[in-house]
Design a protein around this ligand. Sequence first.
Ligand SMILES: Nc1nc2c(c(=O)[nH]1)N[C@H]1C(S)=C(S)[C@@H](COP(=O)(O)OP(=O)(O)OC[C@H]3O[C@@H](n4cnc5c(=O)[nH]c(N)nc54)[C@H](O)[C@@H]3O)O[C@H]1N2
Ligand SMILES: Nc1nc2c(c(=O)[nH]1)N[C@H]1C(S)=C(S)[C@@H](COP(=O)(O)OP(=O)(O)OC[C@H]3O[C@@H](n4cnc5c(=O)[nH]c(N)nc54)[C@H](O)[C@@H]3O)O[C@H]1N2
Ligand code: SF4
Ligand SMILES: [Mo]
Length: 713
Amino acid sequence: MTAVIEPTTTTVRAACPHDCPDTCAMLVTVEDGKAVRVQGDPEHPYTRGGLCVKVNNYLDRVYDPGRVLFPLRRTGPKGSGKFERITWEAAIQEIVTKFRAAADEFGPESIMPVSYLGTQGILNGLNVGDPFFAKLGATVSERTYCDAGSCTAYAMTIGDTAGVDPESLVHSKFILVWACNIMSTNLHLWPYIAEARKRGAKVVVVDPVRTRTAAAADQHIALRPGTDGALALAMANVIISEGLTDADYVENFTVGYPEFADRVEQYTPEWAETETGVPAETIRTLAREYAGAQPSVIRIGVAVERHAGGGQAVRALSCLPGLVGAWRKPGGGILQLPLWAFPVNWGAFMHPEMLTPGTRVVNQYRLGAALAGDLPDGPPIKAIMVYNSNPVVVCPDQDRLIAGLQREDLFTVVSEQFMTDTADYADIVLPATTQLEQDDIMFSWGHLFVTYNHQSIAPIGEAVPNTEMFRRLAAAMGFDDPVFRRTDQEMIAEAFDWSHPHMEGITVESLKEKGWQRLNVASPDEYSPHAEGNFPTASGKVEFVASAAAGGNFVVPLFRQGSNDHQPGQPVDALPHYIPPREAAHTNPELAARFPLNLLTPKSHAYINSSFGSQAFHRQAQKEPNVIIHPDDAAARGIADGAPVRIFNERGEFVVLAKIDDSVLPGVVVSSMGGWRKHSKAGQTLASVNPTEFADLGNAPTFSDTLVEVESA
Ligand SMILES: Nc1nc2c(c(=O)[nH]1)N[C@H]1C(S)=C(S)[C@@H](COP(=O)(O)OP(=O)(O)OC[C@H]3O[C@@H](n4cnc5c(=O)[nH]c(N)nc54)[C@H](O)[C@@H]3O)O[C@H]1N2
Ligand SMILES: Nc1nc2c(c(=O)[nH]1)N[C@H]1C(S)=C(S)[C@@H](COP(=O)(O)OP(=O)(O)OC[C@H]3O[C@@H](n4cnc5c(=O)[nH]c(N)nc54)[C@H](O)[C@@H]3O)O[C@H]1N2
Ligand code: SF4
Ligand SMILES: [Mo]
C-alpha cells in the first residue's frame, strides 16, 4: 500500500520585480511545489492588495510555454530564431572562448554589456553584471534610458532627497501631475490623489495628450510637446511678478533668488503662450492657484526630460516648491523618485574600484551606432552580452541596431525569460528565472517600503537567476575575487547600509518574516523633511543658482555601469533657462515642412516597457499597436479610422493602425511603446523613428523630440 501524501500549501511573501514605481507586495500560494495563485498583499498600506493588469496573472508569465528554459545555440542565420538546446557547460565554455578571443585580438573594450531593468531587484537588477564586466575590462555601459536627466536636474536644485512621501499626498491642496500617466504607470498612487480631492484638492494634469489620468483630473492643460520648461518658467514669472512667493521661505531656505527673479522676467505668460500653445490667462491662473493652495505638490513623470531642454525643464519645476514654500507641510513639494530615501549599498553591487580608470564609456542609447563602428574611440565592438533588457524594442535607431546584430563577426549572448526580438539575434541564449524562482530584495521608486522577495518555487527547466549566471561566468573566466563567490544570501546581507537611521528596526530577518517594512522615517502625516530647509545640496538650501552646475552635464551615480562617480562635463548655465525642442514646427520649420507631426511614444497600459509583449492575454488587452491622430490631421491626409498607416521620417518608418481621436492636440500623434517587432505589421516598431540625440542634462533620451509624417499604408 502506498502512503497518502497530503498536499502541502504554503503562502510565500514576494515582491513584483518590474520596473514600476509601485513595487507591489505579493503573496504567492504554492501547492506541492507549484505556484497556484499570485495576489497583492492586502495588508500593504500603499499597494493595498491590488496588483495591476500586467501582473494580475503573473503565473501565466512564469508557466508560459514560450519561456526560455535551457541554454540555446544558434543554428540558423542571425535573426531566424533557429536554435538548438545545449548544456550550461557548453554555453559557458563558448562564451568564455569567444570573450577571450575578442579580448586577445582587439582588447577587452571590444566586449560590451547591454542591460537595464527587466527586474529591479537589488541582487538581480541594474548592477548584477557590473563587477564581472569591470574585471573583464569591458567597455563601460552608460545606461541613461530613464530619468538620468531628470535626476541630474533635480539633484542640482534640491539634492538627492526623497522629497515628498507619496502617501502624504492626501494632505495636498493642489496636485499638479506633470507628464505622468498615473492611471497606467503608477496606479497605486491614484487613491491618495482621490483622497486629497475628496478633501478639497484640485488636480491638474499637464500633458499634450488627454490620457486616462488627464481625463480623471479637474483640469487638463495640453501643451506642445517639449515646451514644459517654458510653462514652468512662466509660472515662476507670474509667482514672482505678482508677489505670490513665500518670502520667508525664500529668504531662509533658498539661494540665488535675486538672480532667478531677474532671469525669469523674460519668461512672461504671453511669451510662454507662443511656445506652449497654452493661453497666457490659463498660465496665470495655474500659477496663482499653485502658489495659493498650500501645500501644493508637483508629481513629475519621466517624459519631462525627453526632449532637447528636458533637464532645464526639470530644473525649473524643481525650483517652484521653494518659491511658494510648498515644502513647509506634509504633502507639499515635488515628487520625483523617493528612491533616494533608501540607503542601498550600491557600492557592494557596482564595485566601482574594480574598473580600470580610463576605460571607454559607450551609451546604450547609441548601441546601433556603436555596432556600426561609430564609436568615440577604441576598438570595434566584437561581443555583447544582453541581460535584463530588450534593446531592439527600447533603443532608438532600430534599423541600424538590427544591421549591427546581424554582423557575422559579432558574438551576441542574451540572457532572457522569453525569445524577444533581441534574443532572436543571439549566438547563445541563457535561460533566466522569474521572480518566483529567485530570492531578491527591493527598494522602490514610488513609495517608502523595503520589500523582500522569497523564492517560492524551484527554477523551471535550467533557468538561473542573473546572480548565478554571473557566478558561473566568473568562475569559468578564472575570476576568483571574493565578490564573485558571494551567495545570494550574502548579497542580501550587503544590500543596504543597515546602520543608516532609515533602517532602524529593519533587519534581513524581520524583512523575511514580514515581507515589507516602511523605512524608519516620519509618518505620512508628519513627513516634511524640508519644512526648514535641510536640503542635501552644497548650501543645504534650494539652489535657484545651482552650485553643481559647475560640474556640468554630468551623469549621476546609478546610470553608469560600475561607476559611482559624478562624471564632470561642460559647465552649464547655473540658472534655469529655456531650451526649445529640436524637432517642432515652431523651432525647426524646415524639418517640419517634411515631417509636420510630433510623435510621442509613452508607456503601454498592458505592458511594462516591452515585457509582456509576447503574452497572449497582454497582447489582447493592449490591442494591436496604433497611432492616435487628431481628426483634422487625419482628414488632411485622407486617413480612415482603423486603417493601417505608415509613420516615417529620415531615420526610419513603421506601420500601425490609425485611431482618430481628439484626445491629442492637432500636430501631435501618439503611439505607445512596447510592442514587439516580430508582431509588427511591416517588420519595424516606433523605435525606428526615434532620434539618438541626448537631452541637455544627464545624457537623457529625447523620445518626445521626434517629428514624423503619417500616410495611408
Ligand atoms: N503600464 C505601464 N506602467 C509602467 C511602464 C510601462 O511600460 N507600462 N513603465 C514603467 C517605467 S520604466 C517608467 S519610466 C514609468 C514612466 O511613466 P510615466 O512617467 O507616466 O511616463 P510615460 O508613459 O512615458 O509618459 C507619461 C506622459 O507624458 C506625456 N508626454 C510625452 N511627452 C511629453 C512632453 O514633452 N511634455 C509633457 N508635459 N508630457 C509629455 C505622455 O503623453 C504621457 O501621457 O512607468 C512605469 N510604469
Ligand atoms: N520609444 C520609447 N522607448 C523607450 C521608452 C519610451 O518611453 N519610449 N522608455 C524607456 C524607459 S523609461 C525604459 S525604463 C526602458 C526599458 O527598457 P528595458 O529595461 O530593456 O525594458 P524591457 O523592454 O521590459 O526589457 C526587459 C527584458 O528583461 C527581461 N528580464 C526580466 N527579468 C529578467 C531577469 O531576471 N533576468 C534576465 N536575464 N532577463 C530578465 C524581460 O523578459 C525583458 O525582455 O525603455 C526605454 N525606451
Ligand atoms: S507592475 Fe507595478 S503596479 Fe503592477 S504589480 Fe508590479 S509593481 Fe504593482
Ligand atoms: Mo523607465
